[in-house]
Design a protein around this ligand. Structure first.
Ligand SMILES: [Zn+2]
Ligand SMILES: [Zn+2]
Length: 260
């Protein structure tokens, strides 16, 4: 089994810290872990967030607490050290990059020739709105419009051709909002574009772990069907932010893919 989305942000860049993740993987019968960081952790990516910080005072505060605490080189050095070490499981290194259309070239330039094993694209903001922080931020929002813009941004992310995969492709549902129109056409187009661009989609347990009452485990069933119909590669992922969550629900997610 693979856990393709594990954040290492809550510890130091040491082999001891990485071993906590690999040990947990071994315990949970995971053969391969994909470690990553949010790109905003690195000073180099901070300019991408100017407009989302301007849009919301809450995000501005959140961002300046979390962002820019490392430089990309620190991470690349850790990556090299880990590659020289045998942890008993396969370890891959990548980045989770927030997608903003106007920063496609910026991201491409910052990430090329860095020797990452994978680059994961995520829609965390819809027209500057940080939809996955707190349910109360949705009050007064146009749910139909936000969902439409989320999927439009996801399709643009795929077409940008910068990323290897798309993270949590229907995380917009985190707080259980529903559109008045069906989403099939977006699922279909997203799956088609993923397939055309040879990109993977995550089957991710993070949203369900965070909001079990409103977010089902993994993708919406119709979305998963569209992915399988278009032969999109699916990578199971926990979105763990600490070692104990490595492998969370990966066996169930794997089963969901084989059943379809
Ligand atoms: Zn994410
Ligand atoms: Zn993540």
């Amino acid at each position: 089994m693979i856990d393709g989305h594990i954040h290492i942000e809550r510890g130091e860049y040491t082999l001891e810290w990485i071993k906590k993740f690999t040990d947990r993987a071994i315990e949970k019968n995971i053969e391969e872990i994909w470690l990553l960081e949010h790109c905003y952790r690195f000073t180099e990516f901070m300019p991408m967030y100017d407009s989302v910080c301007k849009y919301s005072e809450y995000i501005d505060k959140w961002f300046h607490k979390k962002a820019g605490v490392k430089e990309l080189n620190d991470y690349l050095e850790l990556m090299e050290k880990v590659r020289e070490t045998d942890f008993g499981v396969k370890v891959m290194f990548g980045l989770e990059v927030c997608y903003f259309k106007e920063y496609e070239e910026f991201v491409y330039d910052l990430t090329k020739y860095k020797d990452f094993d994978f680059l994961l694209g995520s829609v965390h903001f819809v027209d500057d709105f940080a939809f996955d922080h707190k349910a109360e931020h949705w009050v007064g929002k146009d749910v139909d419009l936000i969902y439409a813009r989320f999927f439009e941004a996801s399709i643009e992310l795929v077409k940008s051709n910068i990323f290897d995969g798309i993270a949590h492709p229907d995380s917009i549902k985190l707080f259980g909002h529903k559109t008045l129109y069906p989403l099939y056409e977006y699922y279909e187009e997203l799956a088609k574009q993923l397939s055309n661009n040879n990109m993977y989609a995550e089957q991710n347990s993070g949203a369900h772990r965070r909001c079990p009452a409103t977010a089902e485990l993994g993708m919406d069933k119709d979305m998963l069907d569209a992915m399988l119909r278009h032969s999109v590669k699916i990578v199971t992922a926990s979105d763990a932010h600490e070692p104990c969550d490595v492998g969370d629900n990966i066996a169930q997610l794997k089963k969901s893919i084989s059943i379809g």
